[in-house]
Write a protein that binds this ligand. Structure first.
Ligand code: PHE
Length: 450
């Protein structure tokens, strides 16, 4: 039967799927974006809403993506098409796959810029630039770098070439190995950095900031951003997890696997917050510093600790790798579709998608220098507009429709068979996917946009 094997090959094991999906989930979203959006939106209450979104919206939608992907065994676009056909409903559901590919493309455009920053910080770290920095000095270093358009463009191009090259060669064992060694190393370094953060005297303030649920500070717009962050950090709503699910072996448990990934991902985000906020408060920096927050705070720690030169360099190398294992999953849905449908080679498909994303990314790269005063309709700069559109609108919309499709539209045998749950477990899953997840997204949309 056509649905039992994927044309793109198959993960060797359940562990491989967990590694690949964790590689996709853990990235700049956890280390760079979570702390700064939490900081901009007042901390505690934002974090609580984010955690609720992970549990009640994220996990149900992630399980939907995995089961649909595994049942369809093709690129998200063709998976949606095939499953709609098998279920006797309109094949227009494939448009959901298109929305996802477009979201991945928009995200990659600015993701590559920030990943380029991380690469530049590898060089800064290795050349001893973090030694003896003050808060003001670190902010100045960041401003000088991002103000240098050519340098930002250079690193952006390097990162995009790297992503394109890896995707062109095919996503396989290299990914498995990278994630297997990278994740534990990242965990260890984060724990060590939390240890340092405790000694700065800022930990008390950081804990209060992150976990005191002060709802006065949270606006409706903040709730939308918390929800968007949950989608972004779990790689949900655009088919990345669906594409990886299509390579997942049949015997692995969907719910168990998905919960593991969500826990790992959330753990990394919270750890990153516990490193960054003590540094913010101990050094008199502002939690609302925006996209530069991680790049301003972490060098302070590496400038202080023994062996900071080595650890600082290694840390930014790890961040770069974490970004790569995410960026390849941003491209995968579009590339997989081009390969299946247009019968073009993987190389040509990767070059096309990577090249176009690079082009769009120029606007984001220049948002921090040449175009810093430029505003798009909506009042945001180019980078912030791309970020807002993809994370706060396209991903939640895609995710909501995926839940509707998995919960209401697709033939019942498909989720039943893929999930392999007890009748009680299945009823809970169905309730979350039919009602809680889509209505959760809808309520936030209505609250903010109507
Ligand atoms: N989850 C990734 C991160 O946190 C970003 C991403 C979003 C990757 C959507 C794939 C799809 O960095």
């Amino acid at each position: 039967m056509a649905s039992s094997a994927s044309v793109h090959g198959m993960w060797s094991s359940r562990l491989m799927f967990i590694l690949a999906a964790t590689g996709s989930a853990v990235g700049l979203g956890n280390i760079w974006r979570f702390p700064y959006v939490a900081g901009e939106n007042g901390g505690g209450a934002f974090v609580l809403v984010y955690l609720l979104c992970i549990a009640l919206i994220g996990i149900p939608i992630m399980s939907s993506e995995v089961l649909l992907g595994r049942a369809g065994r093709q690129s998200p676009i063709n998976t949606m098409f095939g499953l709609a056909e098998r279920s006797g409903v309109s094949t227009n559901w494939q448009l959901l796959g298109w929305l996802g590919a477009a979201s991945g493309f928009v995200i990659l455009s600015f993701y590559g810029v920030i990943a380029g920053w991380a690469m530049h910080y590898v060089v800064l770290g290795a050349s001893g630039e973090f030694g003896g920095l003050t808060g003001a000095g670190a902010a100045e270093m960041f401003g000088n770098f991002t103000g240098n358009a050519w340098l930002v463009l250079l690193w952006h191009a390097v990162f995009m070439l790297l992503t394109t090259f890896i995707v062109a060669r095919g996503v396989g064992e290299g990914l498995e190995r990278t994630v297997k060694y990278l994740m534990p190393a990242l965990f260890v370094l984060l724990v060590a950095l939390i240890g340092y953060a405790v000694t700065t005297g800022g930990m008390g303030d950081a804990l209060a900031f992150l976990f005191a649920f002060n709802f006065d500070k949270l606006t409706g717009g903040g709730v939308l951003i918390a929800m968007g962050q949950a989608f972004f950090t779990l790689s949900l709503g655009m088919g990345a997890i669906m594409a990886y699910g299509s390579y997942m072996p049949k015997d692995a448990s969907v719910i168990g696997t998905v919960t593991t990934i969500a826990l790992l991902d959330t753990g990394v985000a919270l750890m990153s917050g516990l490193v960054i906020f003590p540094l913010v408060f101990a050094n008199g920096l502002e939690p609302t510093s925006g996209p530069g927050l991680m790049f301003i705070t972490l060098p302070l720690a590496f400038g202080q600790i023994d062996g900071g030169l080595v650890f600082g360099t290694i840390f930014f190398v790890l961040v770069t790798f974490a970004a790569i294992t995410s960026s390849i999953s941003l491209v995968e849905p579009a590339v997989a579709w081009l390969v299946e449908h247009r019968k073009v080679s993987r190389r040509a498909a990767a070059a096309t998608v990577g090249g176009l994303a690079w082009l769009l990314g120029l606007g984001s790269a220049l948002s921090f220098n040449v175009l810093s005063d430029f505003r798009l309709p909506g009042g945001l700069d180019f980078f912030s507009t791309m970020d807002y559109l993809s994370n706060n609108i396209m991903l939640p919309l895609g995710g909501m429709l995926i839940a509707v499709f998995a919960g209401w539209i697709v033939k019942r045998e498909i989720p039943q068979e893929e999930l392999g749950l007890s009748p009680g477990g299945y009823a809970v899953w169905q309730f979350l996917v039919r009602f809680v997840a889509p209505l959760g997204v809808a309520v936030v949309f209505v609250m903010v946009f109507v």
